[in-house]
Write a protein that binds this ligand. Structure first.
Ligand code: ARG
Length: 412
């Protein structure tokens, strides 16, 4: 290997990163290795992308089918964490960056690169996720963004592509910035930057209009330790489970999300997402946890889930904090096994049944019918002691004239 180190570029096959190949070479003097991953985004075949990278001047083009790895190790963890940033966004882009970075670093080691390049702007979360992931895996590597650091703007790109006769189509590209994978799809910019503008039909591709749904679809999902293992009795891998739920929940228009989101870089941005499979699976998984987690463990887990989601959103996937929270989350999944029946219809995934051998729901404790094993008389003593601090405090409040106000006068 020559001592002139190379650059590894996260290559999508689109205009930005295609132009970036010769542009990086011109501006830095280093050879560029293109790396592309399939994380279930659909679209072009990896082989087509590989050939385009080489045609644009990459010295090597390395492609990885990472769909199963992404589903097994990234989406499933997000599912077990019920990960929803700001309560609604299932971290679609946030969980793919750490995986992509792992493969970029692998390629950097393999092909003798000292720098990793990505096509992010300087305004988003993804630049932070790529670069913090890079430094967390191999602190000796450098990072560069041709758009952010080398002035590769839209007009420069078009002129450069023409001048160098790059084999990329000059057709109008989408007016939106889109990132998609098997866990969902993010759509931003353009007309959507006015938060009052309603999304137009053309922004969606994973979901059909929930206002005109097909007939209700009933699905039964079987989980083993927090992982979906069967759909309607048929064995599935995590990837197959997500794909099947994308298709079925997508047909019902489930998982469309529209919000103003707080980015890590301090900007509030208008974001649209569609994540039919993720939303349906998280809805089912949460309900199974309602059955199987002990009350205090469950309360703590809700807090941990929220923090896990925020930290992963904030580019901390490989941090010690996330590692520790992940250990807690995984430990809680020991008994999260059983079945959830859901109705998918008109934009909503609604749980209609749950059963589990490891459920803590106890019919004999819960029932109001005969067969009740709960000692109702024991509640007298429980309430007496549980309410004691409030009772003592109330007596003091009465003494100082601060009692809770009760309406005066005659009862009518
Ligand atoms: N705002 C979302 C996030 O930070 C989506 C990012 C989508 N990325 C993109 N290049 N369009 O996770």
């Amino acid at each position: 290997m020559s001592d002139k180190k190379r650059i590894v570029l996260a290559y999508s096959g689109g205009l930005d990163t295609s132009v970036a190949i010769p542009y990086l070479k011109d501006r830095t003097g280093k050879d560029v290795v293109a790396v592309s991953l399939d994380v279930g985004q659909g679209g072009e075949r990896l082989e087509t992308i590989k050939q385009r990278a080489l045609a644009c001047g990459a010295v090597e083009s390395y492609v990885v089918d990472a769909r199963n790895e992404f589903a097994d190790e990234y989406c499933m963890l997000a599912l077990q964490a019920n990960a929803m940033y700001e309560g609604v966004y299932p971290l679609v882009s946030a969980i793919s960056r750490p995986l992509i970075t792992k493969h970029l670093v692998h390629a950097a080691h393999q092909f003798g690169a000292d720098t990793i390049a990505h096509g992010c702007t300087g305004k988003g979360n993804d630049q932070v996720r790529f670069e913090v992931s890079i430094m967390s895996i191999d602190p000796t590597l450098k990072a560069i963004s041709p758009i952010r650091d080398l002035g590769l703007m839209r007009d420069v790109e078009i002129a450069y592509a023409k001048e160098h006769k790059l084999p990329i189509e000059q057709t109008e590209k989408s007016p939106y910035s889109i990132d998609q994978n098997v866990w969902g799809r993010a759509i931003e910019t353009g007309y959507l930057e006015d938060p009052w503008n309603a999304p137009t039909k053309d922004v969606y591709s994973y979901t059909d209009d929930p206002a005109f749904p097909p007939v209700e679809d009933e699905v039964t999902i079987t989980f083993n330790k927090g992982i979906p293992v069967q759909i309607d009795g048929k064995d599935v891998t995590p990837l197959q489970a997500i794909e099947e739920m994308n298709r079925r929940a997508g047909a019902q228009g489930i998982g469309r999300i529209d919000l103003i989101e707080d980015r890590l870089v301090g900007i509030k941005s208008r974001e649209l997402y569609e994540a039919p499979g993720a939303i349906a699976l998280i809805t089912a998984h949460e309900e199974l946890e309602n059955c199987c987690l002990e009350r205090e463990q469950h309360r703590i887990k809700r807090d941990i889930d929220k923090r896990w989601g925020e930290l992963v959103y904030d580019a901390q996937w490989y941090s010690p904090a996330v590692k520790s929270l992940t250990a807690f989350i995984k430990d809680t999944q020991e008994y999260v096994s059983g079945q959830i029946r859901m109705s998918l219809h008109g934009g909503r995934a609604v749980v209609t049944g749950r059963r589990s051998d490891s459920s803590l729901y106890d019919y004999s404790l819960a029932t109001y019918e005969t067969g009740d094993s709960f000692d109702q008389k024991a509640s007298n003593g429980f309430i007496e002691i549980y309410g004691l601090p409030s009772k003592v405090a109330a007596a003091r409040d009465v003494k100082f004239g601060n009692a809770v106000e009760v309406p005066q006068g005659d009862v009518k």
